[in-house]
Design a protein around this ligand. Sequence first.
Ligand SMILES: [Fe+2]
Ligand SMILES: [Fe+2]
Ligand SMILES: [Fe+2]
Length: 403
Amino acid sequence: MFKKEATINLGNLVLTLSKALDIADVRITKHSQRVAYITSKMADNMGLSPEERADLFLASLLHDIGISSSHLKIEAIKFNTPPELFVHCITGSQMVGVFPPFARLGKIIYHHHDKWKGPNPSGASYDDIPLLSQIIFLADRLDVQLERDKYILFQKERVMDILQEYSGTYFHPDLVEQLRYVSKRDSFWLDMASDIMQEVLQYEGAYIATRVDMEGLKSIALLFAQIIDRKNKFTGRHSRGVAKISRRLAECCGFSRYEQDQIEIAGLLHDLGKLAIPDEILEYPGSISPEQYSIVKMHPYYTYHLLRKSEGFEVISSWAAFHHERIDETGYPFRIPIDELSLGSKIVAVSDTYQALAEERPYRKAFTIEKAKKILRDAGNSGHLDRELVELLCYEIDFDLGE
Ligand SMILES: [Fe+2]
Ligand SMILES: [Fe+2]
Ligand SMILES: [Fe+2]
């Protein structure tokens, strides 16, 4: 269990959470991870300091967090990214600021689409562009050239020829040379198309062990909550709302301060798996088809398996991921029996239901507080949600949580 302050592998935590970023569309599968793999390999003999290598690894994984939808992600992987997409560099660089140890990553992310020779929307060119941004840009442009459905070694020459063509304009010639050297080995490409890439990344991430206290962990969760909530214009503050309500209910139920912090993190990350659901389904302006619903139902499954693997998230993972479980076993996707469903999971379930009712959806307006409470009470009375928690929440809405 995560102590009040503990040394955690920040690299591996970010690696695990960032896996959710590139699941939604096959055209971008594992994009962030591949960029991190390529930059790590390039950095092997570039004489970078351990701090620079750590920054390079983390910025590679997080470089595209400023892109909110999978539709824009597809735009960003075009070799000549449209200039208006520069906004994702600005947004991403601001977003990492919520966690002070990531402050240095902001500048790297800001410049990650800068062409070496310029001109760039950032105003920088040549040596003004941070070296780590230049490395990420080159690695990124390599990955966007790869076609996911073709055998990777057949693509090696074509991809390297394209990158070579832009040596001296888009990319610093020395970096292209470095990449050429690294990419001579077939294993470099085969790693990227296999599970070996995971091993390499875990090994790299393990070096980034940092002392993080509970506040730090909450900041990292908040960073990912922002990514989740920005994905859909109807859920602007959903995760933060669920976190706030869950914490309050937990406090009323006598949870310790430490457990309240944990449930706040569970609230922030409960929909992490939604990053894996295509936007067209999340924003569908009507009732979704059974097929679409079965895809939506995957999100708590992803949340569980992504969080469960993170050190210190053993309890948080079940509190977060069981938010669609119901006490009469009608929920999804695990159908946890009532005697195994913890109070923390039930709290997040009730909080999530209320928060969703209070928000607009593509197919309906936000419910009034009175109507939302009525629906919640009906769910309590019919045995879907914990009735006592429902009453507690309705009481708290009137006195403490109402804004
Ligand atoms: Fe990008
Ligand atoms: Fe990218
Ligand atoms: Fe959910």
